[in-house]
Design a protein around this ligand. Sequence first.
Ligand SMILES: O=C(O)CCC(=O)C(=O)O
Ligand SMILES: [Fe+2]
Length: 209
Amino acid sequence: MIETTSPAPDAPATPSPRSIVYRLWNGAIPAAVCDAVIGAFDEEELYDATVQLSDRPVEVLSDTRKTRHTFVDPGHWTGSLVSHFAHLANLLWRFDVSGLGTLSILRYEESGRFAWHVDALTYDTTDYGALGEGLERKLSVTVNLSSPTSYEGGDLEFMNSTGQLLAQPQLREQGSVVVFPSTVGHQVTPVTAGVRYALVGWMVGPPLR
Ligand SMILES: O=C(O)CCC(=O)C(=O)O
Ligand SMILES: [Fe+2]
């Protein structure tokens, strides 16, 4: 008799929790709170968001990313919404996270977009203050702040590891919170009318080793 710990050939494959592309809390944040978050940031204080493509400097590339934004201190009350759902989601993935590294409010106006990308950087020189230096983005969080009828387009979409597009109408509901590993490919399709606001944040932690 041959002893083996491998599953029998006909055993059903058990998907790893790490293969889950995103976790969604549909309409989790009340509309009044979403409106309060939007109201906490004056449009005037937002500026053009930048991107960093490999071996290029940080720059504004409106074909790739077109949105107005500002960084928000992770200690701002809105950060507690983001880190709460990140920790909840991380009960599944169990990434080694140190805390909420970056928080940002985004305003996508007509033709605003963010082409396919991943949030995890291969190197990260950001100093995360009390959290430390040399940390990587592990988990990305989006809180959809706008009512789905207040804009057209502007859909957050994902791609799984086999290149399949994952789009779900609930992702655009007001107050929906989505959390995903920062290595997952995602995009925001162009806004064709209206304005979409999102609160986004990243949980950072020690690099893979
Ligand atoms: O607007 C969103 O929901 C996502 C934005 C995004 O992907 C990013 O800022 O990296
Ligand atoms: Fe992103």
